[in-house]
Design a protein around this ligand. Structure first.
Ligand code: NAD
Length: 377
């Protein structure tokens, strides 16, 4: 039950200052390469030089609380300034801990009023995957830049709707692919870009953890909400092959999903890339493995583990170690990179188009597993 005090906090006071909304000249919206829509009715605000961007977290679950909020304490270009939640009982603790004023506290019902609040620049969507589209579109329509957690959405259509909403409302969009901001992963990607070990011959991408079949009364155990290994962990394997091979797959050759209840606990797949290159992917929420390995004509380079919060380490056939591992601050780097991209009007590392294209691969893997057929992308 909501008590009087939390209800008061929950009902944010309307901010009447419409003044801060000045058009950011030439601001490019959403993913790299998309031009802002000149006729947009809700212009994004140009942040003042040297000012930190104010971020509102939408969804105060385990990732927001355990990783994103603590990481925001170390960011240099953005700061935690607001919350948007469907759980009023969480509000007092968040307000007290992060010094969040009443006027920056919203519910899912009144979050559209963000349009009137010049003190929030970015909404970071950190809710169950099936809800990303609705919340990201509403944030964009309120004129706020959008950071959206992975996996971007349930479908390509939903992902595109987020991209379109950001374009139409002249705001930027980044997907929460934290690995792209991790320095050892960036060194690994540099080796891929220069084909340090010759033409690629094969690739393997594995991401799994030894958990248990998620309960069906929790979203991670519900298919319609985006639960299961493939959406949750498999998206790292798909994205890893994209950056490891520096190209997009052309087909899912075959796939197999193990679904003891509603969602898959393990999924295996084979992707075909241009030139006939085959890559093997595997993901699980019941078995531990974590490796991204690219084979070339003259050797190999790999990340092992490839996607934990800390301890990412790389190795090559030449004996080079990519490290030392950084300790748990990928999200700080991610949010600072994304804030700088907004302030400097530069491309983001993880644009909406990348998130959308990974969802296309995920959907094709599911289709291939269900039909037993090769699915062209
Ligand atoms: P969680 O279950 O711990 O938290 C989800 C939050 O969303 C809760 O506060 C819940 O109240 C809220 N919510 C809003 N609408 C909801 C609805 N309709 N049904 C259920 N809950 C609803 O989940 P989480 O682990 O914090 O994951 C949230 C998102 O963050 C997911 O998209 C997940 O894939 C992503 N995530 C990313 C990483 C990463 O490393 N990038 C890590 C963990 C989670």
């Amino acid at each position: 039950m909501m008590n009087k005090n939390s209800r008061r906090r929950f009902l944010r006071q309307t901010v009447t200052a419409a003044t801060g909304l000045a058009l950011a000249p030439g601001l490019v919206s959403c993913g790299a390469g998309n031009t802002a829509t000149a006729s947009s009715s809700v212009p994004a605000r140009a942040p003042e030089k040297g000012r930190k961007l104010n971020v509102a977290l939408l969804g105060l679950g385990s990732y927001a609380k355990g990783q994103i909020a603590p990481s925001l304490q170390f960011t240099r270009h953005c700061q935690l300034a607001g919350i948007i939640t469907g759980s009023p009982e969480k509000i007092p603790e968040w307000q007290a801990k992060h010094d969040i004023p009443d006027e920056n506290v919203y519910s899912y019902d009144n979050m559209d009023e963000l349009a009137d609040n010049p003190n929030i620049d970015v909404v970071y969507v950190i809710t169950p995957t099936a809800t990303h589209k609705e919340f990201a579109v509403r944030a964009a329509k309120a004129g706020k830049h959008v950071w959206c957690e992975k996996p971007m959405a349930m479908t390509v259509e939903d992902s595109q709707a987020i991209i379109d909403a950001c374009n139409e409302n002249n705001v930027r969009l980044s997907i929460g692919y934290r690995m792209l901001h991790e320095p050892n992963t960036q060194d690994f990607i540099a080796l891929s870009k220069e084909k340090a070990f010759g033409a690629f011959t094969a690739a393997t991408s594995l991401a799994g953890y030894a958990g248990s079949d998620p309960p069906t009364d929790y979203w991670r155990g519900q298919r319609a909400m985006g639960g299961g290994a493939l959406y949750d962990m498999g998206v790292y394997t798909v994205n890893g092959l994209r950056y490891g091979l520096q190209m997009a797959p052309v087909a899912v050759v075959k796939a197999m999903q193990h679904r003891p209840t509603e969602v898959d606990v393990t999924t295996e797949y084979t992707l075909e890339f241009p030139g006939g290159l085959l890559a093997e992917g595997k993901t699980s929420v019941v078995t531990n493995y974590n490796q991204l390995r690219i084979e070339g004509e003259n050797g190999w380079h790999e990340m092992q583990p490839m996607q934990p919060y800390g301890g990412v380490k790389g190795l090559t056939s030449a004996g080079t170690v990519l490290g030392p591992p950084i300790d748990g601050k990928q999200q700080t780097l991610q949010m600072d990179d994304d804030a700088l991209a907004i302030m400097n009007n530069t491309p983001v590392l993880a644009p909406g188009e990348m998130g959308r294209d990974d969802i296309a691969v995920i959907r094709a893997i599911i289709e291939s597993a269900e039909t037993g057929k090769r699915v062209v992308l």
